[in-house]
Design a protein around this ligand. Structure first.
Ligand SMILES: [Zn+2]
Length: 82
């Protein structure tokens, strides 16, 4: 089982203009993220995001990973929407 979530810091010294966050479209992106999985149906996800969205992404990823690994919490496994 190899679900991976990787972040890299956007190089601020780069001459390109700052990316907008691809998740909230509000703040400038501070990170680039890349999510991959062994799951055949899983499509790789990558983009740029701000600090707040990176935090949300990390939480969601942890939840998903726990759910996948069968570490069920107290409540029944909810279908993961979107
Ligand atoms: Zn954002």
């Amino acid at each position: 089982m190899a679900d991976t979530l990787a972040f890299s810091v956007v190089d601020l010294a780069d001459s390109r203009p700052p990316y907008p966050c691809s998740l909230c479209s509000v703040k400038p992106a501070s990170f680039q993220y890349h999510i991959d999985s062994d799951e055949p149906t899983f499509q790789q996800l990558s983009g740029s995001c701000c600090l707040g969205c990176a935090n949300n992404l990390l939480s969601s990823f942890e939840e998903l990973r726990r759910a996948r690994s069968g570490e069920s919490t107290s409540h029944d496994a909810d279908a993961v929407a979107n």
